[in-house]
Design a protein around this ligand. Structure first.
Ligand code: 3SL
Ligand code: MG
Length: 228
């Protein structure tokens, strides 16, 4: 079995893919489902999301970290946490996370969303489904590598290596090295460029929430349907 970590999304994924956007899209996605959402729809643009607004659909997303006009929610797990989304589909559009998911879904056989909050469960699901490769794909920010995503990839890689034999690529070695040398999750996320940017926007609570390790067993699964 191969374990591969892509520091940014690209390429062909033949088997299982775990998409990571720890700050904040995949962390928020886990929270929506934990809080009862029936499903998530990840759209290609905010306009597509706005076109779906109506009965049974709630819109969540951001640009520049801030809520998109016309959307019901930003991209904040702390905002989502006290809500009840039972009976609702949450339509998400974010700057990097939803796009990375679309890249993975083009070829991946089984595509899951992963974060620190569901790291253990995501690793177990990936190991159970994979027949040849687990690819961990970091969303990054504006096509630049994000420490928070690589750190999370390293955490999940550690869990996977404890679950079975893998041959690992250089991306996985880098992620494991980052995980071992960047302190605890909150230290790592807080010291990242995007973590600092969110804190400057007054969203430091989201960074703290996203740094909680394996608090959830929810693993969002991408189901490919009509192109949205
Ligand atoms: O880039 C994304 O998809 C977002 O998760 C970024 S933010 O943390 O919501 O600003
Ligand atoms: Mg991000």
């Amino acid at each position: 079995m191969r374990l591969r970590v892509d520091l940014l999304p690209h390429g062909h994924y033949p088997d299982v893919v775990l998409v990571i956007d720890t700050l904040r899209a995949t962390t928020t996605a886990v929270t929506y489902l934990e809080r009862g959402a029936d499903a998530l729809l990840l759209t290609s643009t905010p306009e597509v999301a706005l076109g779906l607004k109506g009965e049974g659909f709630l819109l969540g997303g951001e640009r520049g970290g801030l809520p998109i006009p016309g959307f019901d929610f930003g991209n904040s797990p702390v905002e989502a946490q006290p809500q009840n989304f039972t009976g609702k589909t949450v339509v998400m559009n974010t700057t990097n996370g939803t796009g990375a998911s679309h890249v993975a879904a083009q070829t991946g056989k089984h595509v899951f969303l992963a974060a620190l909050t569901n790291a253990h469960a995501a690793a177990r699901r990936a190991r159970a489904q994979a027949t040849e490769e687990v690819a961990i794909v970091c969303a990054g920010t504006d096509e630049r590598v994000g420490l928070e995503d690589v750190y999370t990839a390293g955490v999940i890689a550690e869990y996977l290596l404890a679950l079975g034999e893998f041959s690992i690529d250089d991306g996985a070695r880098i992620a494991l090295t980052v995980r071992r040398n960047s302190g605890n999750p909150l230290e790592a996320l807080s010291s990242s460029v995007h973590g600092a940017r969110l804190s400057n926007l007054g969203l430091g609570e989201d960074v703290r929430y996203a740094a909680e390790l394996s608090t959830s067993t929810v693993v969002p699964t991408l189901v490919q349907g009509d192109d949205v």
